[in-house]
Ligand binder design. Structure first.
Ligand code: ASP
Length: 359
């Protein structure tokens, strides 16, 4: 090949190469799926679930989805945690849900709140239990995860930690709401009646009558880096003994996340969720048997748990973006919703109405 031709070929290659690079750059990068799912708890509905109240519930769920999804779209490092925290804060700030502002009362007439958060990549987790002055327990749970060597802080210690980390602190009266107070009075009356039937002597082992509930909140999210996160927040169960801790802040019981399997947030009769390690059981089934999140969640919530006589539900999200929302017939109802990068529209449902596509 003559020197002239070689020179021409080289100049041609030098002209074309940058164009080829530019074209490659301009090719749209495949977008990972973004998914956020929330629940507003299972249980009996508030007495007068009018269409207006139902609409209000759905509006708050939709707002939680929008706020959380905005964090997924921002796409910062840890976006799935940001989304879970942001969504749960909206639900905690609403008196309609049994978490934060709308927390239920203990037998003694106080509010003791529990929350947990977990991420699926390194399996870092944080939780608080039995707190009475932290406005948003989910943020305290995250602070425990990120700024302490511990996983679970309780009571006064958790509150001092929240103060140190400049989280919003409120007077315990902030959590007083008429609806929840009424629910406690109803539970106490029921208890009196039961005691009357059993004879006037109350035995020390008699637990306070368990009142069914509605409104524990939770979220699971998948971000653009493929990381999963899960979080749950609750006031627990109406008329619970002071000092009782439910499944919500127990990692593996009410909350769990593992990038190799799924993220789970639960709601239901906490004592059973602890004993059956429900969130971890669902995760382990997916991880070790490679079954779908639907199969795992159904087997645990509608199988085991129902057989044991416990009401409950869960939201479960796989790293592929596939998800399942389940509650068993004992649960009555579960309010729930989701948003995905497909449509970017929040879908919410309460009562038996199905969600589009997914249920
Ligand atoms: N699981 C919560 C608890 O036992 C209550 C609920 O989900 O409604 O504290």
């Amino acid at each position: 090949m003559g020197a002239r031709i070689r020179f021409l070929l080289l100049s041609l290659a030098l002209t074309l190469l940058p164009t080829a690079w530019m074209l490659a750059d301009a090719k749209p990068q495949p977008q990972r799926k973004l998914v956020l799912i929330v629940h507003g708890g299972e249980g009996d509905l508030p007495e007068k679930m009018t269409p207006e109240l139902e609409k209000k519930h759905q509006e708050v769920l939709a707002e939680a989805l929008r706020r959380g999804y905005a964090r997924l779209k921002e796409g910062k490092k840890g976006a799935s945690l940001d989304a879970v925290e942001a969504a749960i804060r909206v639900l905690e700030d609403s008196p309609l849900f049994n978490a934060g502002k709308g927390a239920v009362f203990t037998h003694e007439g106080g509010n003791e709140l529990d929350a947990a958060i977990m991420e699926g990549k390194d399996k870092k987790a944080g939780a608080v239990a039995g707190v009475s002055i932290i406005k948003n327990p989910i943020s305290a749970a995250r602070a425990v995860m990120e700024h302490s060597p511990h996983v679970l802080l309780i009571g006064r210690g958790a509150e001092l930690f929240a103060i140190k980390h400049k989280l919003d602190i409120v007077h315990p009266d902030y959590f007083w709401t008429e609806q929840r107070w009424k629910e406690l009075q109803d539970a106490r009356k029921k208890e009196e009646k039961q005691r009357g039937r059993a004879g006037s002597r109350q035995r020390p082992e008699d637990a306070p009558a368990r009142q069914r509930h509605f409104g524990t909140v939770g979220a699971v999210a998948l971000d653009g880096d493929g990381n999963l996160a899960a979080g749950t927040s609750t006031g627990g169960m109406t008329n619970k003994w002071s000092g009782r801790v439910g499944d919500t802040p127990i990692i593996g019981a009410g909350t769990y996340a593992d990038n190799d399997a799924c993220a789970v947030s639960c709601t239901g009769w906490g004592e059973y969720f602890i004993r059956y390690a429900v969130a971890h059981d669902i995760t382990a089934r997916v991880k070790y048997t490679r079954c779908s999140v639907k199969e795992a969640a159904e087997a645990v919530i509608n199988g085991q748990l129902q057989k044991a006589g416990a009401e409950g539900g869960a939201i479960v999200l796989a790293p592929t973006g596939a998800f399942h929302i389940v509650y068993n017939p004992l649960a009555g109802q579960m309010s729930r919703g989701y948003i995905t990068s497909g449509e970017e529209t929040p879908h919410t449902a309460i009562l038996d109405k199905p969600l589009p596509k997914r249920e």
